[in-house]
Design a protein around this ligand. Structure first.
Ligand code: ZN
Length: 266
């Protein structure tokens, strides 16, 4: 599932391909990806516009239009973008296609139809309505602000990291990576973490996401010693060689090293 580092890759891709070209028209192949917007409304607000820039807020990518509005894209379980000449075939599972006056088109691909799209008037208002917290790599999200947002939360540290209203962009895979590198067990309870734990968690979160955003979330590019890509019972801990463990935490399958990560009750 695309998380912040993957969406950062899409953001770069969009910026490198589709900016400053007029949208001649759009094709919606499946209206189920629409997020509370009619197909007519979407088409009308895209037609004749140009994309000025691309912004990210957690797992949402926003193509900012020259009208002041933005096309919001959420990639769900699996999704990607494909920019190519208009005469080339649409890729499989293309749900929204923007035709530019340059002769090129941008296709939004969503294999399992869990992606979402809509034009929003204002990103900040949209984020507030959705209770989306700041992007986990937001420059304004300092250590203290992070600690304030995390403090007083119930449940496991993994569920807090994945809670998009605290910070946005972290899902199952990167919460495991961050906790592995921070030496914290995913089931560790939030009320058992002190200021030092949270400060360390912030530092590791920023480092992991920044690094992963650079390689666009491709697990094959992950640095040595990362959990990413080795999330299976056949792969030993990349740091100590111990067998990895897995279990359901916050409704998702988490992976951890029982030797490198403090047990929840330690
Ligand atoms: Zn280990």
């Amino acid at each position: 599932m695309p998380e912040l580092p993957d969406v950062a890759g899409f953001q770069r891709y969009l910026q490198a391909t589709a900016l400053h070209q007029r949208i001649r028209g759009s094709h919606l192949t499946d209206r189920r990806i629409l997020d509370h917007q009619s197909p007519q409304m979407l088409a009308r607000r895209l037609k004749g516009r140009k994309i000025d820039s691309a912004r990210r807020r957690g797992k949402w990518l926003f193509a900012e239009l020259d009208s002041g509005e933005a096309l919001g894209l959420h990639f769900g379980m699996s999704g990607e973008l494909d920019y190519a000449a208009q005469k080339s075939d649409w890729p499989d599972h293309a749900r929204l296609i923007l035709d530019f006056d340059s002769g090129y088109r941008l296709a939004v691909i969503s294999r399992r139809l869990l992606g979402r799209t809509r034009v929003v008037e204002d990103i900040g208002t949209f984020a507030a309505r959705r209770e989306l917290g700041p992007d986990a790599l937001d420059e304004d999200l300092g250590r203290e602000a992070f600690q304030r947002r995390m403090q007083g939360r119930r449940g496991s540290v993994k569920s807090a990291l994945m809670n998009q209203s605290i910070v946005a962009g972290i899902g199952n895979v990167y919460s495991d990576e961050i906790l592995f590198q921070a030496g914290l067990h995913p089931r560790r309870r939030m009320d058992r973490l002190d200021g030092e734990d949270l400060s360390n968690l912030y530092r590791v979160m920023r480092r992991v996401l920044r690094t992963a955003a650079r390689f666009g979330g491709d697990a094959r590019e992950a640095p040595a010693g990362w959990l990413l890509g080795g999330r299976s019972a056949d792969t030993p801990c990349p740091r100590c060689g111990h067998e990895l463990e897995s279990g359901t935490v916050a409704g998702r399958t988490a992976w951890w090293c029982p030797r490198c990560q403090q047990r929840p009750d330690d």
